[in-house]
Design a protein around this ligand. Structure first.
Ligand SMILES: NC(=O)c1ccc[n+]([C@@H]2O[C@H](COP(=O)([O-])OP(=O)(O)OC[C@H]3O[C@@H](n4cnc5c(N)ncnc54)[C@H](O)[C@@H]3O)[C@@H](O)[C@H]2O)c1
Length: 369
């Protein structure tokens, strides 16, 4: 559907309790400024959370759209998604008098979105919030679906809440300052949607890799991804389906999280770790006879063409990878559950995957004793 904003796609995400728009386009300064003006006029207090790098990289956007509201900057990076910065955000809401009618605005990547979203979910038991995602990953993935949360020492995303935003503004021009490596990491999630449910998208990405923010196909690609995610979320908001459902979005993630964990956070960007995880998932699918050699090669080729790793960069201990997988909260009741592809473009969940089978895959990708 085209939205009232010019040059924009609008997707409506509908969950059991609410519905909200995702706007996807370019040049959203005035749209955001006018939404904020409306909120202020109606007496709502508004507070913005961003990170220090985003504030610098997108200073013209802040000047044009957010000049008359308080802004809190957190340090850039995953470590900000923890208790300390969470406390700072709550103190910031308190200092700015956000009441039940207040609105928090997250401007940044998935870290800022998850952190500010969780603060909004828990402040006064939940206030409204708006997502302005500024990385490709956050546009196609983390800003859609309402999962918010922070990390604690015991693991990533262990504390959180489902809290849907009131609107999402994905302004593709904001990607102009995003480092190439971060853009590629976001493409990993895009490729994921192709592999799990959108063969046509996968084929586009094979034919002409999408390598930068100016690409004229980008709005349509982001829109397609958000639509796929919105459809999955609409059907299974809280990931309760016994099979399939929202869990399909975890394709490659059990492998990827283990890589991030064992290599040390920061060694691989999330998108890079799950890229290796996709190859693992493809090989797992092959081991069940779903994919043939040629299909696995296609997966590897498309990831490589988008500048993503397809095997471990340095060898990692298989024992430690297994230990990390067992800790992953996506592993239900001790059994290893994975998402596999029946064919490229169609994914299913697979329970009771044996450790031997997984071990062979780790070895194949560079795991060692
Ligand atoms: N809630 C969900 O459903 C969900 C889904 C997937 C991932 N996530 C979470 O998202 C996080 C990763 O998100 P991310 O990859 O966006 O990381 P991020 O938020 O750390 O951003 C990556 C880096 O890019 C910088 N940056 C952001 N926008 C920029 C811009 N426009 N120009 C220049 N620099 C910019 C940031 O300062 C940061 O250094 C992880 O914590 C992950 O757990 C959440």
């Amino acid at each position: 559907m085209n939205s009232p904003l010019s040059n924009t796609f609008q997707i409506d995400v509908t969950t059991a309790k609410e519905s909200y728009p995702i706007y996807i386009g370019r040049g959203y300064e005035s749209a955001v400024a006018s939404e904020i003006a409306d909120l202020l006029e109606n007496g709502s207090k508004v507070a913005v959370v961003t990170d220090a790098s985003v504030r610098v990289a997108l200073s013209p956007f802040f000047d044009a759209a957010l000049s008359n509201v308080p802004i809190l900057e957190t340090p850039a990076g995953e470590t900000s998604k923890g208790i300390e910065q969470y406390g700072r955000v709550l103190d910031f809401f308190a200092a700015n008098g956000l009441d039940r009618g207040g609105v928090a605005i997250a401007v940044g990547g998935g870290v800022v979105g998850d952190l500010a979203g969780f603060a909004a979910a828990s402040w006064l038991r939940g206030i409204r919030f708006i997502q302005i995602p500024t990385t490709l990953l956050s546009m196609v993935d983390s800003s859609v679906g309402g999962k918010t949360g922070i990390n604690i020492d015991a693991g990533k995303n262990l504390v959180g809440a489902f809290h849907q935003p009131m609107a999402v503004y994905a302004d593709l021009d904001s990607l102009s300052s995003l480092p190439t490596r971060e853009f590629a990491a976001g493409m990993a999630e895009v490729i994921k949607y192709g592999m799990l449910g959108d063969l046509e998208l996968f084929e586009w990405l094979e034919e002409r890799p999408l390598l930068d923010w100016k690409d004229d196909r980008l709005p349509a690609v982001v829109r397609r991804n958000c639509q796929t995610k919105a459809d999955v979320v609409n059907a299974d908001e809280k990931e309760l389906s016994q099979s399939g459902g929202r869990a399909l979005l975890n394709l490659g993630h059990t492998f990827g999280h283990a890589i991030e964990n064992v290599a040390g956070y920061g060694e691989y960007l999330h998108g890079e770790a799950i890229s290796v995880g996709f190859v693992a998932a493809a090989k797992l699918s092959q081991s069940y006879g779903y994919l043939d050699d040629a299909a696995v090669e296609r997966v590897i080729a498309v990831l490589s063409a988008h500048g993503l790793p397809v095997r471990l960069r340095t060898p990692l201990s298989i024992e430690r990878l297994f230990a990390a997988m067992q800790k992953d909260k996506k592993v239900r009741a001790g059994a290893l559950r994975f998402v596999v592809m029946e064919s490229i473009g169609s994914a299913i969940t697979k329970d009771d995957v044996s450790l031997d089978r997984v071990e062979r895959i780790w070895r194949d990708l560079g795991g060692i004793d």
